[in-house]
Design a protein around this ligand. Structure first.
Ligand SMILES: [Zn+2]
Length: 549
């Protein structure tokens, strides 16, 4: 998802979101629906997703849809009840297995299917879920998502889905928890002519029905639920091929006809993005499924292999530089940020949305690595340091587990600055790059927890980073370096830290970098009384001069 909550703060529009965010400092309350949505319930745990085949008919004029999702799974444990999620006002019309219609008991948006067939561990089975209705309309896509219904300049329907956080069950029935992904997925969408549907993966076939057509897409990799999307318009198409680390990667672009020329120019940033991110993160994770940019009537979203775009064909974030340094206008924020999510969100995916910083922290960080690759390390550092102005320190980056609740919007730029700080500590860019590439290889096409990421990074950097991650991910405290000069010595200590936090930092003595090793207790280092003292700004800490005792 892109950064909006942070921008709200920036532009003073925070009122009205407090209920959604949970008032800062106050305990949030959670409902049974939150637990059914956000936890691995017994009715979910016994089956392992293998394949979805979603077959939809969309009527843009009526803003309605109807369809079937075939859910193929492997039985892990014997069970008689299966949880399927579908959000109101959509309705399940029927569920069947092996030709037998099954009873369903609904509890809000969770639907419990009463299975008749004996579920034998190891067996592959399938249920078919037919549903219909008018799906929730997006209030302010993609943050408050659902279906966006719009028209293009010629009055043709222009519609798209977005559902991170809200959940894919806002428009199709599925196991709506991030821990489990199907190994592959088919998406077939029937729409009136002359419209086209663009979804994830490859277009395999178009079936003509006279006044309508069905577009058959196939995703041959694991995909998370919110990554699945439907985009409907009378699209113009153009394409290209990128010679990447794993061979030729097909690039396909679908835009409104009126924007074709602008798109041909602006999407020239895609090969630059791929060059930078394959360098830092390793091969694009979905060569088999191609890479696409698809124009939508909202800002954009990291839909896997069909990244959606609505940034107005200009650089920056809707024309603005989030860092205030000018470097944010050197790239199209939506192309770079949303495509960065192909590595951190789609390749490595959070298991619980409480760990959403894994998506947004690394991807916000990827913006500066893009600059690093094309404009150099100083430009990159200026940008990521500049984005600190967006940090609010209202809540920790990690949210609440088991109830579908993410942490603070600081997961973007506090997350990015935490990683930028860690790069300084590693002090070896070849090793740092191999850690970033290693994450994408080790956890390729998997869902992960923060603990797994922490453990991997500690192990690969050879540093015990547990206090470091506790500090930046689990508290709102920014390490504060108190310092004072006493004769020919510099005295210093940390405040606002968790137990055991002892991150070294670099100071500058007459411009010469030097490491110091602050802890909670006062320490000192020789520093000539007439030396000019500076601090390396790459470390995300606060500095506070205090009077000599
Ligand atoms: Zn994002």
């Amino acid at each position: 998802m892109k950064l909006f909550l942070t921008l709200l703060a920036l532009f003073g529009l925070t009122a009205g979101l407090s209920a959604q965010l949970g008032a800062s400092g106050q305990p949030e309350t959670f409902t049974r629906q939150d637990s059914l949505r956000g936890s691995i319930t017994p009715e979910r745990a016994w089956w392992d997703l293998n394949y979805y085949s979603l077959d939809l008919r969309v009527n843009p004029e009526e803003k309605s849809l109807s369809g079937t999702n075939t859910i193929r799974y492997r039985v892990l444990e014997p069970a008689t009840r299966m949880q399927i999620d579908l959000q109101q006002p959509l309705q399940i019309d029927s569920v069947w297995q092996d030709g037998q219609r099954l009873d369903v008991t609904s509890e809000g948006n969770a639907h419990f299917v009463h299975l008749r067939k004996i579920q034998r561990p190891g067996a592959f089975e399938a249920v078919h879920v037919a549903y219909s209705g008018k799906p929730r309309e997006a209030v302010r896509a993609p943050w408050d998502g659902g279906f966006s219904w719009d028209t293009d300049s010629r009055g043709q329907p222009f519609a798209a889905t977005s559902c991170q956080g809200l959940g894919a069950s806002a428009w199709w029935p599925n196991k709506d928890h991030m821990y489990d992904e199907p190994d592959s997925m088919a998406i077939a969408v029937r729409i009136p002519k002359p419209l086209m549907n663009v979804s994830n993966g490859r277009l395999r076939q178009v079936t003509d029905h006279g006044d309508s057509r069905t577009y058959h897409w196939f995703v041959s990799n694991p995909i998370n639920n919110y990554g699945v999307n439907v985009n409907i318009a009378d699209y113009a198409h153009f394409g290209d091929t990128y010679a990447g680390e794993n061979g030729d990667l097909d690039l396909d672009y679908y835009v409104l006809p009126e924007n074709l020329e602008k798109a041909k120019n602006q999407f020239g940033q895609v090969p630059l993005m791929l060059e930078a991110f394959e360098h830092w993160f390793g091969p694009y994770p979905f060569y088999e499924d191609s890479f696409k940019l698809v124009e939508v009537p909202y800002l954009g979203m990291e839909h896997q292999s069909s990244v959606t775009y609505g940034n107005g064909y200009s650089n920056g974030y809707l024309g603005r530089d989030l860092s205030g340094t000018g470097w944010g206008l050197k790239f199209d924020f939506i192309i770079i940020h949303e495509a960065g999510h192909e590595w951190f969100a789609n390749n490595i995916t959070y298991r619980d949305i409480a760990d959403m910083w894994i998506h947004e922290g690394f991807t916000a960080y990827s913006e500066n690595l893009y600059l690093d690759y094309h404009f150099g390390t100083e430009a990159a550092a200026a940008y990521v340091i500049g984005t600190r102005r967006n940090i609010k320190n209202d809540r920790p980056l990690i949210g609440t587990y088991g109830v579908n609740r993410e942490g603070s919007p600081d997961m973007y730029y506090k997350g990015a600055n935490m990683l930028h700080t860690l790069r300084q500590l590693v002090e070896d860019d070849a090793l740092w790059r191999s850690v970033l590439r290693g994450l994408n290889a080790e956890f390729r096409h998997q869902t992960v927890t923060t603990a797994q990421v922490e453990h991997y990074m500690s192990e690969r950097t050879g540093k015990n980073l547990s206090a470091f991650f506790d500090q930046y991910l689990r508290t709102t405290m920014i390490p504060t370096l108190e310092y004072r000069r006493v004769g020919d010595r510099l005295e210093f200590r940390y405040t606002e830290i968790v137990d055991g936090f002892d991150m070294p930092i670099r100071i500058l003595a007459n411009g010469e970098p030097r490491w110091i090793f602050p802890e909670a207790d006062w320490k000192s280092e020789p520093l000539k009384a007439d030396a000019v003292l500076g601090f390396d700004a790459n470390f995300y800490i606060h500095k506070k001069p205090v009077p000599a005792p």
